[in-house]
Design a protein around this ligand. Sequence first.
Ligand code: UTP
Length: 405
Amino acid sequence: MDYKRAVTYLTQRGQAHLLDYFDELSPSEQKQLLCDVENANFAVVKNIKKAQNHKTGKLTPIPAVTVEEINARRSVFEDVGLKLLEDCKVGAVLLAGGQGTRLGSDKPKGMFNIGVTRTLTIFEQQMNNIKQVVARTGRFFPLFIMTSYINDAATRAYFEENGYFGFPKDRVHFFIQNVAPTCDFDGKVFLDEKYRISFSPNGNGGWYSSLINSGLNSVLERENIEWLNVYSVDNVLQRICDPAFIGATVLKRCSCGAKVVKKVSAEEKVGVLCREDGKPAIIEYYEMPEKLANKRKKGELVFCYGVTLNYLFSVQALNSTLSGKLPYHLAVKAIPHVEGGERITPVTPCGYKFETLIVDMVKMMDSCLAFEVEREREFAPVKNSTGVDSVDTARALLALNGVTL
Ligand code: UTP
């Protein structure tokens, strides 16, 4: 795109201010800015009104396959799951594109050291968890790792330096998630530098389209992968490719499954798996009406199943919903940007980042199995540096599970 075209293109989209400093730039910087203009998805910004006007439908609880039922039928579920793993019909997808701002580390979140007397990073701990299932099946499944343009190089280098933690290198496939422009509260896209548009990773909902865009569907097709187990980087007790979870989802004929835990309180900050207008849905804690969050039957919370960000998706179901567009959610953030000719780093929120969420993919599925797991054994999220869901709470739970820290 040349300058003249960029002026028309941006004016039509109400973003002509992005060229305010064009005359001050070197030829290579001008080229960079024009390239950003060409690549930016300005349509995303139109989502501000839509996202603000989002209305939740009629919510009803969803029954789960409970810990008791799972324990009673474990061998039945596991046999089915193990067979699929042995036949290499299941792959895993690690969502590691987040910025982990709450943890306050500028490295990829997975490189955070949760060890005490030794170094044990989140990545290493999760790879140790994977080894347990590999030991049972004798087969390595393909492991897809989603990064962002911000942490991709560091993540790849870390896996390389650590010999992929014993996983064969050719079974690990990295891909970079897509980005969206950031903007102020009026929808004016920010400049990160005078010659760069401000972009941020577009949330964890874009994982499947990013995987496809990167060409990795060739691996899915070549290996005839039928199921993908998608999990977050921050849960250090994450059980990846759990045979019982896979088997239960298949036997219950669901197109996806979600590992859930019983909420500890109505206020716990987890998304709740339920039904919205009869379809499976996950309602984020901040979207759940207080009355429903507190509703109880025989003393128990009615909307009691919190998601742990560990999902199993049928590849066939993913492919048939691919054309469906995921809605963008607004994240109100303090975003560094150029203002009055200077780059500033605000401490208070000044605009929006746009994110699609994996929870919205569940809404696109016709069925979702709520698979209850024991919190103490499988849910130790590292979100904050102190307090709830922090490094301290995760360490305590790891110790409880016999992990030497
Ligand atoms: P979070 O919602 O906790 O976000 O991510 P975050 O970016 O890691 O942390 P904060 O909010 O800035 O503190 C849940 C999971 O989704 C992944 C994260 O890496 C984590 O595994 N994620 C999140 C992505 O892969 N991409 C994104 O754009 C956002």
